[in-house]
Structures are given as C-alpha cells and as structure tokens.
Design a protein around this ligand. Structure first.
Ligand code: ADP
Ligand code: MG
Length: 678
C-alpha cells in the first residue's frame, strides 16, 4: 500500500467504515496515519475500590451488594448497581443498557473498568466495560491509543486499521534532511509513527511526539519563509473608500472605538495601495471585530467586488448571516448563506448566484471553499476565528478568486512573539480596547456545594429579564455520552427551576437546522437558560445574557474558558462568570484563579503558559488550533523556536532544491501553503 491509496485498501475497512473515516477528513492512508491518538489508555492493574479517584480510568473487582435498578430519565434508561470489595463500595451506572439488568447476578465476581466521575458529590463508576479475568490480564500493562471518533466507528476499528496501515504501507521514507535530524536528536519518521500510535511506554510516546511536533513546526516555518521571500503580489482589486460607507457608519447606534477606527484605517490602506492585503486582526472577545469586517465588506461591495465571510461553525455562520443582512440589506447589498447542511439544491442555487454575481457577500462555513464554488469577482475573503482555518484553506480560496484581499480575525490570545512566528506571512493589527460601555465580567471559582446558590442567583437574573448559559464539558468517552450529559442536565434543571423558566439544551450531535433553531430562540430571548457543550464557544453574540456557569471548569484550557466567558459581558449590563470545579486539586484552583483575576485574554495566555510549563502533553489542548495535528504552540514553544532556527538556515534556493528532490517533504509543506510553484 502507498500513502496516497484510499483507506478502503486497508483490509477490514469496508464501505461504512470508509464513510465514517471520510467524515473525519480521513481519505488516504497518509490521512489515517496522521490521525493521532488524543490520549492513551494505560491499562493499569486492579485496584481496591476505596482507592479510586475522580477522573481516572479505574479497574476494580467485586460483587454486587444490591439488585440492579433501572431509572428512566426522559428518553434515557439508567441502570445502576452497587459494587463492593473488601475495601468499600461504589455505585456503577450504565446508560441505555437496561438489558444488562438480567445478566448481572448477585454473588458473581466482576471486573469492571471505567471512568470514575463525581455525581451529586459521590464517586461513581461510569459506563464501565465488563471483563473476564483472561481478557483483563491480556491487556494489563499496555498503553492503548484513544482516537478522536465520530458516530458509527469504534476505537477498536480505528486501532485495527492503523495497525494494518503501519504494517503494510511501503513508502514511509524519511524526509527530514539528515543534518537537521541529527542536530535535533530526532528519531526516524517510520519509528515515530509506530510509536505515536502504539508506544510501549511513556518514554516512547514522548520521543515520537517530539519528532512529529518538530516536523509540523519545521515544515510550517519553512513554508512561511518561502512565502515571505516571495513578497506581496500586486492586486487587481483597488478598493477606494466610498461615502456610502461613512453614512452607514454614522447611522450605527454606536461609534467605533479608537482601536476599531485604527484597524479599519489599516485595512483601507491595505486594500487601496495596489497590493494584495494579507492581514490578521487580533482582538480579545467582545472587542468588536465583526463591525470592522462588515465595514471592509461594504467598501468592497461599493467598489463592485464580492466578499466571502468564512466562519468555523454553522451556528456562527447563520448568526453572522442574520446580522449582516440586518445591517446591509436595506442598503441594497445582496447577502447569501452557504453552509454544508443546506440541501443539494439550495447549494447549487447558491453557487449559481455567486458565479453570476447576484450575491455580493456570501457568509458560510468550509462549504464556500469547496472546489465547485466559483466567484464572479471575489475581492475580499474574511475568515473569522481564523485559527480554525489553515494557510492551505486560505490559499485554496486565493486560487479561486482573482487574488482577493485576505483578512483574518482571531480572538485567540497569542502573545505577540508567538504571533509573529505563526503568522509571519501576515501583517498584524490588534484591537486592544473594548467598547466603553462595558463593565468587566465578575468572576468566581466555586465547588459543587455552591450550585444551589448559583441557581438562585440565575433565577434573580432571569427575573430581571436576562439570560443564562450553562456549559457542560463533553464527556469524551464516546460521542453519545456528550449527548446524555446535556440532555440529562437539561432535564434535571427543569425539575429544579419553576416551569415558567424556559430551558433548552444544545449539543454537537444535533442536526445543524435544530441547533440553529435553538440558537435563534435564545437570541430572540425566547429561552432563559441555554445548556450547551462548547459548540457555542466561538463568536456567538447575545448581549442580553449576563450569566455563564461552566461545569467542571478544570477540564478546560484557560484560553477556551476565556472564550466561553466572552459570551457574556457583551452588552451594557453587569455580567457574571461562575467557574464550577468538580475537583479540588490545588493546581486546578490556581489555574482558574488566574482567569478569575483578569479579563485580559493576552495576560491569561501568558500566565497559562507559565503555569503549564512542559509536562501535560495530552492534558488540555489549547486554543483548538487545527493548523497542527499534534503541536500546541503554547506547550511546544521551545520546539517552535528550535524548528524556526533550523528553517531560517535555509535560503530560498535551498528550499526550492529541497522541494525538488524530496517530494514527501514538498507534499507536507503544501498542507500549509498550498501548491508550491517552482
Ligand atoms: P468579537 O470581537 O468578540 O467578535 P463582536 O464583533 O461580536 O465581538 O462585538 C460584540 C458586541 O459589541 C456586538 O453586540 C457589537 O454590536 C457590539 N459593538 C461592537 N463595536 C462596538 C462599539 N464601538 N460600541 C459599542 N458596542 C459595540
Ligand atoms: Mg466574533
């Protein structure tokens, strides 16, 4: 098998598995090999029940001390039993596995292995697997990969496919220049791939990770220095400021902050100087990036061009579509929405409007950049929350239009030094000020005992006409427990709050249309409490919400928490962020208090960097930075610098030479910068 072969060539991967893999953007063997574990399951030996701790995968052996019971919650059936050994006992729960009830017997010994969680203040063994002695001891001591999954495919199936692919792929040749590898003390590529998927121990995993992270960061920087050396290209789109835009600005209910004005100026300057703009606007959550984008788009339309506004989620796409329509439709601007969830017919009609120039602005998700979308006169591409798009995707848009200007907007608080490396090919603008009417969000870090108070507080805010978010973490065991989490929580809340309080749940497994309806009702103030996973993390703007409570806040990265908190404090009213911790480790509290002590995303990012240091490799992935599969620019800052030194040592000619004689390296570089033209 070759890297470019379809995953379907792997023995055991049938049509259904292939579809699931495709859903995760895995098409070729190479894609699969780069589908890295998100964690490892270390099969630790059996332990006494009294010694299990929250958050770990624990294996215990014991017998039932009471008959199994089934409770019904909404559409879910929850089976619970009590397991005991000599040291103590623990409740065990399973969802929708009621059939187990008749299989479990009093008096029999069972080995159960599952996640220990805390529910209503008690440790519980959640959804454990049942093992025979023989099965259990066969696995003990091994590190098994845990892969990101999608509905319809199991971890086991992905593991098997990877085992086969690693064994049978023939062209896993080394592509890093030998001197670089030697200087940096990196293991070989093939070995690294084997070890990242199936390490014998922690040491092997770290060694493999270091090599692969280095690759990503090295190739990326090599790509950057190549682009940079090629300089800015001339633009076909000269955008001249038009008076209608100034009128529009005058009619807004607010005036721009100084920082917004400055950035708007920079953008106009860039788009009017005869060269292609490639600018990144960084601005903390709530700093008002959208209106700047809208102004730039309007100018482009007034100059006869088209604009594309790309966002990472469907929910955000429809929000932006509505707010853009609200602002610009009556000024004669024709705006369209193009997302993956539209029907084939709607998409086709959308594409026709775009190519005919009947839409001036198209708002959408990745669907916009698919190959069959052609623009009549694409002059500006804006990507909101840009870190979700890679350079490659940007580039593919670039190839579509007639060299459009590119404006990326990001709330990811990256310290300037890192930003200069990561976005080295772009000009940087910063919106470092928030609209003046904003009160800083008030924060508190509390444990679960505080929950009743929190609910009372929310009730007061709701009575005053405000709205509330409650965020549940995704329980990662399977995608379904994510669903259960939000669903159960929503049901429980309905029992706690008076019936007059309107509560809805939102999670990633819902159909886009359904998510959209729920978001729309919340935006219209028809819902009081929105229980959600982090699907609402980016960009959502409902200024009337004043409280956000985050359950199990310790499981999130600080940057992500800061994003979540950014959902409140967007209007003139005092807002509150309640960080609820399920686990009272000192580290967790220390980390969270950084957040509670500051509302400045850049400061938080820096503190987070200090606290985390090296160490927790797979703990919490910061920033959802999808540009790299493994590398985390915060945690791997040191490798980023080393890789940068190595990349810098290559002259442009040497880079070209390297691309020519090393097609694998060139392929890989192209994932970052699009087609290399030599
Ligand atoms: P973000 O930078 O997080 O994307 P948004 O662009 O969504 O923030 O803006 C947050 C809120 O602030 C929006 O409701 C927007 O209408 C409002 N806003 C933007 N600029 C100003 C301003 N200069 N004065 C007052 N409100 C503003
Ligand atoms: Mg935004």
């Amino acid at each position: 098998m070759l890297l470019t072969d379809s995953v379907r060539n792997i023995k055991g991967v049938g049509e259904k598995a292939e579809q699931c893999l495709n859903k995760m953007n895995i098409y070729s063997i190479a894609d699969l090999l780069e589908h890295y574990p998100r964690d490892y399951d270390e099969f630790k030996p059996l332990q006494p029940i009294s010694s299990v701790a929250e958050g770990e995968m624990a294996a215990v052996e014991g017998s039932l001390s009471a008959r199994p019971q089934v409770k019904v919650r909404g559409r879910l059936k929850i089976l619970s039993v009590m397991l005991q050994d000599e040291s103590g006992s623990i409740p065990v729960t399973w969802f929708n596995m009621a059939f187990l009830r008749n299989q479990l017997r009093m008096g029999t010994h069972y080995i159960l292995r599952g996640k220990v969680t805390k529910k209503s203040g008690r440790l519980v063994l959640d959804q454990p697997k049942i093992y025979t002695r023989q099965e259990f001891y066969r696995q003990a001591g091994r590190m098994r990969p845990v892969y990101p999954l999608t509905f319809g495919i199991t971890n086991n199936a992905v593991t098997k496919a990877l085992e086969t692919a690693l064994r049978e792929t023939e062209d896993l040749a080394e592509y890093l220049p030998a001197e670089v590898r030697k200087r940096q003390g990196l293991i070989g590529y093939k070995k690294a791939l084997k070890q990242i998927h199936f390490p014998a121990n922690q040491e092997e995993m770290r060694e493999a990770r270091r090599r692969l992270v280095f690759d990503e960061l090295f190739l990326y920087q090599l790509a950057l220095s190549y682009i940079k050396k090629n300089g800015r290209s001339r633009s076909a789109h000269m955008i001249e400021p038009k008076p209608e835009a100034a009128e529009f600005l005058d009619e807004l209910p607010f005036s721009l902050t100084k920082a917004q004005e400055k950035v708007y100026e920079e953008i106009l300057q860039d788009m009017g100087d005869g060269y292609v703009m490639n600018r990144l606007v960084q601005g903390d959550v709530g700093s008002g990036k959208t209106i700047v984008a809208v102004l730039a788009l309007y100018q482009v339309v007034l100059n006869g061009g088209q604009g594309a506004f790309m966002v990472p989620t469907e929910v955000l796409a429809s929000q932006h579509y509505k707010s853009l329509s609200g602002l610009l439709s009556e000024r004669g601007v024709r705006i369209g929405l193009l997302t993956g969830s539209l029907t084939a017919r709607q998409k086709r009609e959308g594409r026709e409007k775009i190519v005919a120039g009947d839409w001036d602005i198209v708002v959408g998700t990745h669907a916009i950049i698919q190959d069959n979308v052609e623009f009549a006169e694409l002059a500006l591409v804006i990507t909101d929350e840009q870190h979700r798009f890679g350079v490659r995707q940007r580039e593919s848009l670039f190839q579509k239009g007639q060299e459009p200007h590119v404006l990326a907007m990001s709330a990811t608080p990256i310290p300037r030094t890192l930003a200069l490396i990561l976005y080295g090919d772009m000009d940087l603008s910063v919106i470092d000020e928030r609209p003046a009417d904003r009160l800083p969000v008030k924060n508190c870090v509390v444990n679960t005992d505080y929950r009743p108070n929190a609910y009372r507080f929310m009730m007061e805010q709701i009575r005053e006409g405000h709205q509330v978010y409650i965020i549940c973490p995704m329980v990662e065991e399977s995608e379904e427990s994510d669903l259960e989490n939000v669903t159960i929580y929503t049901e429980e809340l309905k029992d706690i709050f008076p019936v007059s309080v309107r509560i809805e749940g939102l999670h990633g497994k819902m159909k886009p249309v359904q998510k959209d309806e729920i978001m729309e009702r919340f935006a219209q103030g028809e819902t009081d409490i929105l229980v959600s996973t982090t699907v609402i993390e980016v960009g959502i703007d409902v200024p009337n919400s004043t409280v956000i409570m985050i359950e199990n806040a310790e499981r999130f990265g600080l940057a992500q928490l800061h994003q979540l908190r950014g959902r409140v404090g967007r209007g003139g009213c005092q807002s509150y962020c309640i960080l609820m911790t399920g686990q009272e480790s000192k580290d967790a509290v220390e980390r969270l208090s950084v957040l509670a002590g500051s509302n400045d995303g850049f400061f938080i990012a820096q503190e987070d960097l200090k606290i985390r240091g090296q160490g927790d490799l797979f703990g919490i992935r910061q920033s959802g930075d999808q540009l790299f599969a493994l590398a985390d620019i915060f945690q791997d800052a040191q490798i980023l610098r080393q890789a940068g030194e190595e990349a810098k040592a290559f002259t442009e000619d040497e880079i070209v030479l390297l691309y020519r004689k090393n097609y694998r390296l060139r392929d890989r570089v192209e994932t970052y910068l699009g087609k290399v033209t030599l």
